[in-house]
Design a protein around this ligand. Sequence first.
Ligand code: 5RP
Length: 218
Amino acid sequence: MDQNAKKQAVAKAAIDYVEQDSIVGVGTGSTVNFFIEELGKIKHKIEGAVSSSEASTEKLKALGIEVFELNDVSNLSVYIDGADEVTEHKHMIKGGGAALTREKIVAGVAKTFVCIVDDSKRVPVLGNFPLPVEVIPMARSFVARELVKLGGDPEYRQGVVTDNGNVILDVHNLDILNPRELEQAINNIPGVVTNGIFALRGADIVLSATDEGVKTFK
Ligand code: 5RP
């Protein structure tokens, strides 16, 4: 099975976690784009969605799914999103698509975070994928120097401005053995909006598409 077929399979499987008449938290990325297509097929069964990016909002609206402002929604039963890496502890690196901050906010509201990946994303230790860090533009160089002190090798993601008007540093060569501690330490650097480690609030369920079908990790 090729990677797109796996993304499609896991997106279909995620529909089982969508509750009738609910507002669904929707992530960002190519895997989630397949999920949005599936959501479009059952749009009459849901009230709408809260989106984690302008890109997903556009796709949801194009399918006729109502998109609510997060400030107008007090709870979400489920948040469905992809990941760049995920461990057996359901800790993740996210932000390959630069949507990490809004993703972390919507994930924080949701009761259940369902992470949808193909099996290439499952790793023993986080850090092979460069860790995205969203930074206030004026703090870019300072934050980069602080990230070097933490053992990383930050690279400015040229030409990318996040939906929040900020920039992204991708941090190479981090061996993330203590994801919760590192998530906190990076977030404590002045000028960091958030970083792409999702460990303090990891996933509750990981659905991973393999050649043998979709596997569920709870
Ligand atoms: C976007 C993300 C995505 O979930 C992550 O990059 C995975 O994307 P894809 O499904 O395209 O591999 O965190 O900010």
